[in-house]
Design a binder for this molecule. Structure first.
Ligand code: HEC
Length: 176
């Protein structure tokens, strides 16, 4: 008996792999827009997923703001970077988040956070990611950091206006 898998079983396997890849690429149009995944299969059958993340400046306003509550979008658009800096000091954000590259306090640096936010969570627009990070910090925890360090009550203690100023500040932090 030949115990190698038959040609048709092997073919069936590759059809399944292809179907899985198509399914992974297709269903969420926002995710695709924000982070198109390029899939390559090497000769050895290893699947490489190359994530191409655009810069914030390459997105349209609607892509930046997708799925953010309308009142928050309005607050961001009326937001002021200087006010954002002041609120960041007053609320203690600045005590945990530096604006300097690679300067890690208790939390990750906000250097280039506008661009970072584009690719952090598949399917979340950059503004939605930042909004969720402020209002429910444990919904996604940045790699190499612990959950439960960032206060999780800013949704209750900050007004929409204050969140708008903070997000205007965060979205302004982009390097090329
Ligand atoms: C006591 C420290 C602390 C304070 C105060 C704090 N944070 Fe954080 N923050 C963290 C930590 C730790 C993380 C990473 C873990 C996580 O994702 O929850 C984080 C994550 C974030 C992220 C995601 C960063 C990234 O690289 O993806 C944003 C945005 C953020 N915080 C905004 C704020 C804002 C705005 C304030 C003030 C209103 C604030 N934080 C106050 C500790 C803090």
């Amino acid at each position: 008996m030949n115990n190698r898998p038959s040609r048709s079983i092997r073919l069936g396997f590759w059809v399944l792999v292809a179907a899985a890849l198509l399914a992974a690429c297709a269903p969420n149009p926002t995710a695709q827009l924000i982070s198109p995944n390029m899939v390559a299969i090497t000769e050895a059958g290893i699947v490489l997923i190359v994530k191409e993340v655009p810069k914030l400046a390459e997105l349209t306003r609607d892509q930046v703001m997708a799925d953010v509550p309308a009142e928050i979008v309005a607050a961001i658009e009326a937001g002021d970077i200087e006010e954002g800096m002041q609120i960041s000091e007053l609320q203690g954000c600045a005590g945990c988040h530096s604006l300097v590259e690679d300067e890690v306090l208790s939390g990750p640096s906000w250097y280039d956070i506008g661009n970072t936010a584009v690719g952090r969570v598949d399917g979340e627009s950059p503004a939605l990611y930042l909004y969720n990070s402020i209002t429910s910090p444990n919904s996604f925890v940045v790699r190499r950091f612990d959950s439960g360090v960032m206060p999780d009550n800013f949704a209750d203690t900050l007004s929409d206006e204050e969140i708008g100023h903070l997000m205007a500040l965060l979205l302004s932090q982009v390097e090329n």
